[in-house]
Write a protein that binds this ligand. Structure first.
Ligand SMILES: Cc1ncc(COP(=O)(O)O)c(C=O)c1O
Length: 484
């Protein structure tokens, strides 16, 4: 087997025949949801140098299979409930392979017409699911929610802010908005004080009255409000801000209303669609299919209500593009580089198109519903459990709890949450980590995977309750805890 020409495609089937079963074996649910490198493995990887002569691909693929890809937090494992995990369908992986072999240049309409037709159709379908007019709407795929949010900021700035008002501009978001919101503002040159923080209620949702009050106050002080960022499915608790009432305020002041639905926009395809009520009145929505629409990394979208605005903000031309430019193109035939930041990009949406085609929308709906139902079941297991408090009720597929033995100090209780998560991680059975709500450490579970079972949740909670009970009797074990 020789790859000294770099282009030996003929050996690929044999390699895949050997390694695909090994890799797929890792997808079985009895495998740990998390595994970390040990010191010996870490050193071995660090010492692998590049040499003048190439190596046998089997030797390198063995290392990759055993030491690299097995030793990670499997974010698509059914029992991974850390971050906002990303259950992945093999349907998505199949197209990932197809894309990587055919390598379509998806940025240019003419360069890959078939993928462009299907990608645009899928984006319109997503727009329709949000309640936008499919014909008027537009959008594009991008690498992630951060890029989609950043792109929305550019649209909002171009549509709602005069250049001379830049220094006086004001953006509105709550402290539950994802960190990529503050990052987008910073990257566009806004200062931290240009984000006006809107208060949240007991459910961590934006309070519309406070939003209105702050916009009025900013205007009175000579500032220029231009963008409201609401969230559909916050990272911490999964809640949806009250979108209809926020849209009324957007109308009153003629602002741009962006919804970060990176996590929660997928609810539009579930039986729980009504929790997104009002989303059809917003100007743009971020939607990550690599979070809760069963796609591999990466596959995210910015969907906009008025598709032609994309061209205004992102159009670019150059002499080397003239041959493939078409100034009269409709949105459906636009070159990707004219409607988004990226130029060269993969045909990411093909993964989603194939998944929808093969699975069918009923299966997608059931798979999403399972996440809503799993988290309600998990919450039941914590209800009335001594020493445990449900800090945020189930929203989307997220629940926050806190272990709170009576008489413990805040510091001790905070440390207990971290300890309990770390001890669990050592088992590899399930993955969950802490976040902070109202200044307190809490344990956050996010359970969107359709293959997560009630029995899994019962074992996860039984283990956690046992560890909590041990800790209550012997709190000193926290300070004696070994590093992971
Ligand atoms: C609500 C929300 N918005 C945006 C993001 C950022 O998305 P990405 O990691 O795809 O850039 C996340 C990631 O967790 C998120 O939860």
């Amino acid at each position: 087997m020789s790859f000294d020409t770099l282009f030996n495609w003929n050996d690929m089937p044999d390699l895949l025949e050997k390694y695909l079963p090994i890799w797929l074996n890792e997808k079985t649910v009895d495998k740990p949801s998390v595994a970390n490198l040990n010191n010996e493995e870490r050193e071995r990887l660090k010492n692998l140098s590049f040499q003048d002569q190439g190596k046998d691909p089997n030797e390198i693929l063995d290392i990759m299979s055993n030491d690299v890809y097995k030793k990670l937090w499997k974010i698509d494992h059914p029992r991974n409930m850390a971050f906002v995990p990303s259950p992945v369908s093999p349907l998505s992986s199949i197209v990932e392979i197809c894309n990587s072999i055919f390598n379509p240049y998806a940025a240019g309409y003419e360069n890959s017409e078939g993928t462009n037709i299907l990608e645009n159709k899928t984006i319109r379908f997503l727009a329709g699911a949000l309640g936008y007019d499919e014909e008027q709407a537009g959008g594009f795929s991008t690498s992630g929610g951060s890029m989609a949010n950043f792109s929305a900021f550019i649209l909002a700035r171009d549509q709602k802010l005069k250049q001379e008002d830049f220094a006086k501009a004001r953006i509105y978001a709550t402290d539950q908005a994802h960190s990529s919101i503050a990052k987008a503002a910073r990257l566009l040159g806004f200062l931290p004080q240009q984000i006006t923080k809107v208060d949240t209620d007991d459910d961590f949702k934006m309070i519309p009255a406070d939003l209105r009050h702050k916009i009025l106050a900013d205007k009175e002080n000579g500032f220029c409000p231009f963008l409201i960022v609401a969230t559909a499915g916050t990272t911490n608790t999964g809640v949806v801000d009250p979108l209809s009432e926020i849209a009324d305020i957007r109308d009153e002041f003629n602002l741009w209303l962006h919804v970060d639905g990176a996590y929660g926009a997928s609810a539009a395809l579930s039986s729980y669609r009504s929790i997104l009520s009002g989303i059809e009145r917003t100007d743009s929505v971020t939607w990550d299919a690599h979070k809760w629409l069963f796609q591999t990394l990466s596959c995210s979208f910015l969907i906009v209500r008025d598709g032609k605005l994309l061209h205004n903000s992102f159009h670019s031309s150059a002499e080397y593009l003239e041959a493939v430019e078409d100034d009269n193109a409709t949105f459906a035939e636009t070159n990707g580089w004219d409607i988004s930041i990226e130029m060269t990009r993969p045909a990411r949406t093909m993964k989603l198109w194939f998944t929808f085609q093969v699975a069918g929308m009923e299966t997608i709906q059931k798979a999403l519903d399972h996440g809503f139902e799993s988290i309600v079941y998990l919450a039941k297991l914590f209800e009335n459990k001594k020493d445990w408090r449900i800090v945020s009720e189930p929203h989307m597929s997220t629940l926050n709890v806190r272990f709170e033995p009576e008489g413990w100090s805040k510091e001790m209780t905070d440390a207990a949450q971290v300890y309990l998560c770390d001890e669990n991680l050592k088992t590899g059975f399930a993955t969950y980590i802490t976040t902070k709500l109202l200044g307190d450490k809490v344990i956050r579970f996010c359970a969107p995977h359709p293959d997560l079972t009630k029995a899994d949740l019962e074992k996860i909670t039984t283990d956690l309750f046992e560890r909590g009970a041990e800790l209550k009797v012997n709190p000193d074990i926290i300070s004696n805890q070994e590093d992971l």
